[in-house]
Design a binder for this molecule. Structure first.
Ligand code: ADP
Length: 492
């Protein structure tokens, strides 16, 4: 019998609340699973901004939930544009406040993050065990990232319980808190052990997910292998290696309804693989918008992402003086580290008309850069999956990427052989260094000078399919496998 009822536990979801790729996955995967006729429901904290942006909600349950001192209310709404139910965890003391989902307005972690996501995970446990009076018992609870790690650990303690799948979207964010926190969280004492939540004297929420889940997944096959090594394992590589028979990688899909240059309402000029000649109008619009020299012949490099060490903006900045010895322009869209922002501002001031940046979050500009740039640069030091390179393929904007994680799984390097075979879609470099990045960009720029070869590369990229349909089938199979493992285990 197929796994039908699934509770999807996430701390962000597009378009309601987003800090990164998890939000995209949390909207797209449930939709794709629903299309496979599964009954999937989503659990999300009732952040103030979410409550403000959705319409009327219905209260469907109230229950006590340690360590929350007030009863928690469960509010029901729907994922916009769908019939998928979202259950919002309304605990005003924890979620009804100005600021981001994890950071306060000062840019620092909320001091009570451990309490906040313990309450969230307790609610997931309550619903997983059908103890909220909803008469809906999931067969599988799918938790994501450290914010849902405790839910897996808490569920594991029930003799009869739903199967648990834990998905790692980024291993570097672990939900680590001082040991003293443990007592405040009112968690079962036996969870505090070397084989449980304890991590070198601290409490680790992500470890709860990794140690106790029936199955673990991550968002690309390559990253699944990488996180079992000291270089990418963030200190959890031994545990992950130990559990490697339960660890799989499934590539995230792109939502091609939102990211399709033929139908994109946010771009200046729509186009498809057969009307690539229309794409340059987007470049002109972008150059004008950003105050760059308007020139169709100059290759335009785009970058979008969180300004974080992970994303390799510093590698690009180090390479910039040499890169700009040749005719090339650069546009950056990002938000995050103040220091990187400052360095980028300096680059913009040093190279007026050639380098531009927008700091902040802008869905419209992200689309316009994907459509208007010639080259999309993603020099991430590590990249669990990465979405922008997948979008850029669909927009005929040739990706230049570091060979890591999902970047390695989605871009085919242009070599003599792949060009001959017609499978090349971009340019890959092996070492995360400015020199290697420059060498790959040089190869890309040389190809750009040959319009026919370039057009072919863009065309092949546009044909690639990284939609959710095939990934959803893989998840449905994984749900099946996870449930079988959970059934096979001995209760206790
Ligand atoms: P991560 O989850 O590590 O941030 P991904 O590439 O998986 O990286 O997903 C990032 C998502 O966030 C993409 O949809 C990307 O377009 C979007 N994004 C990141 N930064 C910005 C920004 N400043 N403005 C608009 N969209 C952004």
């Amino acid at each position: 019998m197929s796994v039908n009822k699934i509770l999807f536990v996430t701390s962000e979801i597009h378009p309601l609340i987003k800090t990164g790729g998890l939000a995209d996955v949390s909207a797209s995967l449930p939709k794709a699973i629903k299309a496979l006729r599964r009954d999937i429901r989503i659990l999300l904290p009732a952040y103030r901004s979410v409550l403000a942006s959705i319409g009327p909600v219905q209260e469907i349950a109230t229950f006590t939930c340690p360590p929350a001192s007030e009863p928690v209310r469960l509010l029901e709404t729907h994922l916009p544009g769908t019939s998928i139910k979202i259950w919002l965890v309304h605990s005003p003391a924890h979620f009804d406040r100005d600021g981001g989902p994890y950071l306060g307005p000062d840019g620092h972690d909320w001091p009570d993050n451990a309490e906040r996501f313990t309450v969230f995970s307790r609610v997931a446990e309550t619903l997983g065990m059908d103890q909220a009076g909803l008469s809906w018992r999931p067969e599988l609870v799918h938790c994501n990232d450290w914010q849902g790690g405790l839910a897996v650990a808490l569920l594991s303690r029930h003799a009869v319980r739903p199967a648990t799948l834990f998905t790692i979207h980024n291993l570097a964010y672990q939900g680590l808190f001082p040991a003293e926190t443990f007592h405040r969280l009112e968690l079962p004492p036996d969870l505090w052990s070397m084989h449980g939540l304890e991590y070198y004297g601290q409490i680790s929420f992500i470890k709860g997910g990794i140690a106790y889940a029936d199955m673990i997944s991550t968002v690309s096959p390559q990253y699944a292998q990488e996180i079992c090594t000291p270089e990418f394992g963030c200190g959890l590589e031994n545990l992950l290696r130990h559990r490697s028979d339960r660890l799989v990688g499934i590539l995230n899909g792109a939502d091609y309804k939102e990211w399709n240059p033929a139908k994109d309402p946010l771009i200046h000029q729509r186009y498809n693989a057969f009307s690539l000649h229309k794409k340059p109008a987007n470049k002109t619009a972008l150059q004008q918008h950003f105050g760059l020299t308007v020139d169709d012949t100059v290759p335009l490099v785009g970058m979008i992402g969180r300004l974080a060490e992970q994303k390799g903006f510093d590698l690009m900045l180090d390479a910039l003086p040499q890169l700009l010895r040749q005719p090339v322009q650069l546009i950056v869209l990002g938000s995050g580290s103040r220091q990187l922002e400052e360095q980028l501002r300096q680059a913009v001031a040093t190279y007026p008309g050639r380098v531009a940046a927008h700091f902040g979050y802008s869905e419209a500009l992200a689309h316009q850069i994907e459509a208007g740039a010639d080259i999309f640069l993603m020099p991430s030091r590590y990249e669990p999956c990465g979405l922008n390179q997948i979008y850029s393929l669909r927009y005929g904007t040739v990706p230049v990427v570091h060979r890591t994680g999902g970047l390695a799984n989605t871009v085919v390097d242009a070599t003599d052989e792949t060009l001959r075979r017609g499978s090349a879609t971009g340019f890959i470099f092996d070492e995360p260094t400015p020199a290697a990045l420059l060498a790959a960009l040089d190869r890309a720029l040389a190809c750009h000078r040959q319009p026919r070869a370039w057009k072919r590369l863009a065309y092949v990229g546009m044909q690639q399919e990284f939609g959710w349909r095939q990934s959803a089938h893989q998840y449905a199979e994984l749900y099946q496998r996870t449930a079988a493992l959970a059934t096979a285990r001995k209760p206790g």
